[in-house]
Ligand binder design. Structure first.
Ligand code: MSP
Length: 511
């Protein structure tokens, strides 16, 4: 039976429009989701928007509309962006969805019934940017280091507290027994350092006089639930906790959370503590990626530095951006986006590398044989090349080293182009005694391109599908792992010269 694999992304705040950082995370998660499907897993993939809290309430007020109207205007822009980027999610969740509000209340009740909530007074700082309470120690010069343009607010409220401190040791024990619970190791070590510090109980309600935009707590008058407590629970709503036994039973706890490095405290401490408190099994893994920087700066609404991913997808199609972000950024580390580098990679890798390989392989096949050559032997060099690429991509993707996974597949592209230069098939075509050798080489080239397309499918699904169609083996749904074995291309297929896979930039942008 197919193994269940539930993958989630952080749900985005809708206090601004989607930026490249939001898109990066959804693209990398989509690569993982598509890779797991290719491997035969039963994947469920969740993305969505985080719509409550003071930050959204404030932005809506600035726009002069109600928070509900505001989020209804913004959430579709996120969904449309992810559709344009070809993100293969199963559900787009919004924290204002009715089933989510019910799930939040039922988890909260489970935590209360288990005795992990108490009333108390909260006095301290709150950073709207992080939507988090801050200790003096966490502020630098009175400011939140992640949001230096905002002033933290002093808050004194009668609140509901969650007994986070009780879970300090159980969490340390869990991480010790399951180191891969937090990846990469740098983030695990950061979280371990946070956990070894004093872990304090946290306030999980906000009085309605301070924040009214949130989910009501039925057993605590005049308060809404703290936005992070609400948001984290989306991962359970998305899998039918308390509402759909079959869905929940299938995909939980086979959960993999893909998040940015700035929110590990919430996902690796608060979230598992909430689950332990409610008696829910812990997810399998939290992977924290790095940041996409633009001119060395982090993108955010407040910094004003941004690139609109929907706009990039409309102008270039989704695959060049997907390829750039996955191939150029070491998964787990920070990386830089620049238009200059993006266009350079488009031309060097996609147009001149992959696109050229496809067009010359099919072009020569059509010219010399009219279609996939018959009577071809096995080209040992190319077969070994693809075998190694398959093994390399498998190893890298399974370890979430997505950039290495792309590089492994890309070795097929560069080596095949080199082999065309080295073996000069146009000279072989002039010599009848070389007919069989030519057939073997061209079949080998087509077969290598086909296997490269399958290995690259998770990263450039649209273009990979175009390649397979051009080779006469169009996809029927999702590709299957078995197809990555050598010899899958039937001989005798009639082929046609394809139109350019990646048109030159001056042509692409002129349209
Ligand atoms: N709403 C919270 C997450 C709640 S999850 C239960 C949030 N939203 S966010 O809009 O600020 O960020 C959404 C995701 O995008 C986070 O994982 C964050 O780390 C990621 N990124 C935001 N800016 C980024 C970059 N510049 N680069 C890469 N990812 C970044 O946090």
């Amino acid at each position: 039976m197919a193994a269940p694999f539930y993958i989630t992304c952080a749900i985005d705040y809708v206090n601004g429009t989607p930026h490249l950082g939001h898109a990066y995370e959804k693209i990398t998660a989509d690569v993982i989701a598509r890779w797991r499907r290719l491997r035969g897993d039963d994947v469920r993939f969740l993305v969505g928007t985080d719509e409550h809290g003071s930050k959204i309430e404030k932005t809506a007020a600035e726009e002069g509309i109600s928070p509900q109207e505001y989020v209804d205007r913004l959430a579709p822009q996120f969904q449309e962006t992810y559709d344009l980027l070809n993100i293969s999610y199963d559900r787009f969740i919004r924290t204002t969805d009715a089933d989510h509000e019910r799930t939040v209340v039922s988890l909260l009740e489970a935590i209360r019934d288990a005795g992990h909530l108490r009333k108390g007074t909260y006095k301290g700082w709150y950073c709207d940017g992080c939507e988090a309470f801050k200790t003096e120690k966490e502020l630098q010069g009175g400011k939140c280091p992640d949001h230096p343009t905002r002033d933290p607010k002093w808050i004194e409220e009668e609140n509901l507290f969650f007994s986070l401190s009780r879970f300090q040791q159980p969490l340390l024990d869990h991480i010790a027994a399951n180191p891969s619970f937090i990846e990469p190791a740098t983030r695990r070590n950061e979280v371990l350092a946070m956990l070894k510090d004093d872990l304090r109980d946290i306030s999980i309600s906000r009085s309605k006089s301070a924040v009214s935009w949130g989910i009501d707590i039925p057993f605590h008058d005049d308060a809404v639930i703290y936005v992070w407590y609400d948001a984290l629970i989306n991962y359970l709503t998305g899998v039918g906790y308390g509402t759909d036994e079959a869905l929940y039973g299938t995909y939980w706890p086979a959960a993999h959370h893909i998040i940015g490095k700035d929110i590990t405290r919430f996902h690796c401490i608060l979230w598992p503590a909430m689950l332990l408190a409610a008696g829910v099994p812990l997810p399998q893994q939290v992977f924290a990626h790095g940041f996409v920087l633009l001119g060395g700066e982090r993108m955010s609404k407040s910094s004003g530095v941004k690139v609109d991913p929907a706009d990039v997808a409309r102008r270039y199609g989704p695959d060049p951006l997907r390829y750039f972000l996955v191939a150029e950024i070491t998964h787990g580390r920070d990386g830089e986006f620049s238009w200059e580098r993006f266009e350079e990679i488009y031309t060097a890798h996609l147009a001149n590398g992959l696109g050229n390989l496809l067009s010359r392989s099919i072009g020569m096949t059509v010219k010399y044989f009219g279609g996939v050559p018959e009577g071809a032997g096995v080209d040992d060099l190319l077969k070994q090349l693809t075998d190694e690429a398959v093994a390399g991509a498998l190893e890298a993707h399974d370890a979430l080293r997505l950039h290495d996974g792309v590089a492994a597949a890309w070795r097929i592209v560069t080596t095949c182009n080199e082999q065309v230069q080295a073996r000069e098939p146009w000279k072989m075509a002039k010599d009848d005694s070389q007919r069989e050798a030519l057939a073997t080489f061209l079949y080998g080239l087509l077969e290598s391109v086909r296997i490269a397309a399958l290995l690259l499918y998770p990263v450039i699904p649209g273009k990979a599908a175009d390649i397979l169609a051009a080779l006469g083996v169009p996809l029927d749904g999702e590709p299957e792992w078995g197809a990555t074995a050598w010899g899958g291309l039937p001989s005798g297929l009639t082929l046609e010269r394809p139109s350019p896979l990646f048109p030159r930039l001056d042509q692409l942008l002129a349209d």
